[in-house]
Design a protein around this ligand. Structure first.
Ligand SMILES: NC(=O)c1ccc[n+]([C@@H]2O[C@H](COP(=O)([O-])OP(=O)(O)OC[C@H]3O[C@@H](n4cnc5c(N)ncnc54)[C@H](OP(=O)(O)O)[C@@H]3O)[C@@H](O)[C@H]2O)c1
Length: 270
């Protein structure tokens, strides 16, 4: 299946670069079929050097030849992008937006009403081809178009089609989630240092523990709860630590934190 004749990225930051890297590595899209735009010219030139893709400083001209337009700017910059592209978007083009909190309806209303809009929520492990992306479609998207978009994101990890109303919780789980794990890694490292380990050793062991635990979850397919119980022995070291987490209601703290992230995502949609 041909994914896209010409893929045009508007906003060429972290997420775009992760996706471009995956698309080229998996050979899903040819280098000559990718065009990038950004307001930072230096970023564009670096991208051209790094991946060999084409660059376009003028959005209008590049959009005319594109069948897939990828919106990858921060949510607060979207209105400006709509103004820049509205008059150039062809009716049969697909717009894929990864902006947190921006709904398909908002994009349809701001471009033209019957444009095909797909919303995606990827995450930063896409950079190492281990991301997970939720996708949903706007009112004017065919199943074939959605299938193509799903295939595109499969270049950087797992994909799942979900209802748009689930996107706020997905943003709080997998969109922001890598940061929670990095935070946990950081505080485990700091604790190990305070308890007597050298910085480099604390880092090496914390990182490999998180990597190994993630791999176990993936490979064994056993629920986290079961794997957790398998590490524990009665009255042992793990139980001592877990009991302390429970006594401080860590699960309630995590729930509250994710609720905050979800509410923020909802607020961005307004
Ligand atoms: N990072 C994540 O974990 C993650 C996960 C899921 C979804 N997302 C979404 O992905 C989107 C991009 O995130 P990112 O981390 O890749 O951001 P980023 O690294 O800041 O990249 C966005 C780029 O777009 C540029 N830009 C701003 N306005 C523009 C315009 N009018 N035309 C062209 N380029 C413009 C920005 O320049 P300036 O820096 O000068 O503004 C920046 O270079 C966001 O909407 C975010 O919500 C991110």
């Amino acid at each position: 299946m041909e994914i896209s004749k010409k893929l045009f990225f508007i906003g060429s930051g972290n997420m775009s670069q992760a996706i471009i890297s995956g698309l080229l590595e998996t050979k899903l899209v040819k280098t000559e079929n990718i065009v990038c735009n950004d307001i930072i010219k230096e970023k564009l030139f670096n991208l051209q050097q790094k991946f060999g893709v084409s660059i376009a400083e003028d959005k209008g001209e590049a959009i005319i030849g594109a069948d897939t337009i990828f919106l990858s700017v921060k949510p607060q910059n979207m209105l400006r992008v709509f103004d820049e592209i509205r008059n150039f978007v062809k009716r049969k083009a697909i717009i894929i937006s990864i902006a947190a909190g921006i709904t398909t309806k908002f994009i349809e209303d701001n471009i033209h009403k019957d444009v095909a809009v797909i919303r995606a929520m990827p995450n930063t492990p896409a950079l190492v081809l281990s991301g997970i992306t939720a996708l949903c479609k706007g009112r004017f998207v065919s199943d074939e178009q959605l299938k193509k978009a799903k295939c595109l994101f499969s270049a950087v990890g797992k994909t799942e089609i979900l209802e748009e109303k689930k996107f706020d919780v997905i943003t709080a789980l997998s969109g922001s989630g890598p940061a929670y794990i990095f935070y946990f890694c950081e505080i485990m490292q700091e604790a190990a240092e305070k308890l007597g380990l050298a910085k480099d050793i604390a880092k090496k062991f914390a990182v490999q523990t998180i990597y190994g635990a993630g791999k176990m979850l993936d490979i064994t397919k056993e629920p986290a709860k079961v794997l957790k119980e398998k590490v524990k022995s009665p009255n042992g070291t793990t139980e001592a630590a877990l009991k302390y987490f429970e006594s401080r209601e860590l699960s309630a703290i995590v729930y509250k934190a994710m609720e905050q992230a979800m509410e923020r995502s909802k607020a961005l949609s307004k």
